[in-house]
Design a protein around this ligand. Sequence first.
Ligand SMILES: [Zn+2]
Length: 275
Amino acid sequence: MANRFQIGGLEVLVVSDGKAEAPGTTYFPMSSPEKWEPHKRWLNHNGNVEFPFTCFVIRSGGKTVLIDTGLGPVQMWTFKGGALLDELAGAGVRPADIDIVFVTHLHVDHCGTVALPDGEAYRPTFPKATYRWTATDDAHWRAAPLPPGTANFSAEKMFAAVAGRYEPAQGGTVIAPGINVIDTPGHTPGHAGVVLSSAGKRAFILGDAISCPVQLEETEWSGLGDMDPKLARQSQEAVLREMEGSEDLLTAAHFPGLTFGRVLVGEGRRYWQAV
Ligand SMILES: [Zn+2]
């Protein structure tokens, strides 16, 4: 399944590489069954939070940009990925069509298809692409051990595969016309999102700066994956404040429905509503 959006002059294709699900109280340790009571619309029929691995293809200025690459073939807990290339093919996008890959942060559910095993080594999945993520995340994940629960993934082989094709990006970097990087640290040290701007329209794609829309309503809830929860929530607040009262669109890698939404305010709280 793929959804298409138009942000001013930018064409956006939204696809998913797969999904994970977890009990809401597991993913948000600060929550409890009682605290989830008013937020059940964010739980699936199993009573779990469902996290798609959403990836975005944006066409701008003659360039085709892929934001995040999902989990790919990486085995991690009960996570299931690996659908990205078929989803792209179904939407008429070949790996060689991608000019730039931007990864919001180097957790394996975002960089799992950057490079794929080819014999002993990995090869870049998108053969003509430049690969971009922040220098802060790059440095951190070159030195860090793999997250617990991860099997059959080698960060070292991924870095080796894209050596020479990697270009750091950071807040203010223009990836392509109308596609700007915005620093949103906390989930990882160098986490960054992108802002699409064209013809007076804006849309934010936030990676894991906000993992689930429930966090707009419960602003203290930080997910298990947040490395610096306090900083992550500050980044969230800064972006939401910037959008408040505007027509800007917002989505993130694990928001439901492969769609954008608006940030609305009701009963003194912000909430996210899919368009
Ligand atoms: Zn994630």
